[in-house]
Design a protein around this ligand. Structure first.
Ligand code: SAH
Length: 235
């Protein structure tokens, strides 16, 4: 059992049910595969990953964790969905990825065990699936070394985000299974920034992520109205 109350079993079940498809680039996880080079390039451009100790919180099947290890980082991926972690581990074996390992533990429990242990912490597309995002932000801030960096990505909360990220992605384009995202759990950049500042994380950069359904193309720009990422530094 996870040593945290900050988990929604229904959310974990959603991901566990799909776990065997994490590495199928045409599956429900296609959007994550498609945005992966963009977010990896953004992170690595701000903080070169080679030689860094990196923690990936809510790593799922390891799409980002594996890619960061391939950039030369020593990566630990954590999640609470057992099946996803097994898939991540199996993929690392099959792909012979060096420098990546996985553990079933909550961010809060790892923060109690290993504070200040990582140069970089990433927490992507995960905050919108937990009951208390601020508790995850706090754990990430505890886990990173002073001077280290924490990266978040999530979905904004406003009528446009509802239309694009929920109605569009789940009901019109069928990019994601219906019920993947719940409007009330989406987080405005200003709210995430408040959680960051409260935990000693200084905001460095904000990027928006866009998708054109006609060309099926993703790109990064300054527009954070739907999907966005934050880069922070621990003071
Ligand atoms: N970060 C990965 C996966 C995002 S999907 C990526 O961007 O590629 C969201 C992930 O969050 C799932 O793997 C799910 O199991 C995980 N998750 C949900 N609640 C969690 C919790 N309380 N603790 C840890 N992981 C959680």
């Amino acid at each position: 059992m996870p040593i945290t109350d900050n988990v929604d079993p229904a959310e974990l079940a959603k991901f566990s049910d799909l776990a065997h498809r994490w590495w199928d680039p045409e599956s429900e996880f296609r959007p994550l595969h498609q945005i992966n080079p963009l977010r990896l390039g953004w992170i690595d451009g701000l903080v070169p990953l080679a030689g860094k100790r990196v923690l990936d919180v809510g790593c799922g099947g390891g799409i980002l964790a594996d890619a960061m290890a391939r950039k030369g980082a020593e990566v630990l991926g954590i999640d609470l969905a057992t099946k996803s972690l097994k898939v991540a581990q199996l993929h690392a074996l099959e792909a012979q990825t060096e420098g990546v390992s996985y553990q079933e533990i909550s961010a809060e429990a790892l923060a109690a065990e290993r504070p200040g242990n990582f140069d970089v912490v990433t927490c992507m597309e995960m905050l919108e699936h937990v009951p208390d995002a601020s508790s995850i932000v706090k754990a990430c801030a505890t886990l990173v070394k002073p001077g280290g960096h924490v990266f978040f990505s999530t979905i904004n909360r406003n009528p446009k985000a509802f239309l694009f990220a929920i109605v569009g992605a789940e009901y019109v384009l069928n990019l994601l299974p219906r019920g993947t995202h719940e409007y009330a759990r989406l987080l405005k950049p200003s709210e995430l920034a408040v959680h960051c500042r409260a935990n000693g994380l200084t905001l460095e950069q904000t990027r928006g992520m866009q998708y054109n359904p006609l060309t099926r193309h993703y790109w990064l720009d300054a527009d954070t109205s739907v999907n966005y990422m934050l880069a922070t530094t621990r003071t």
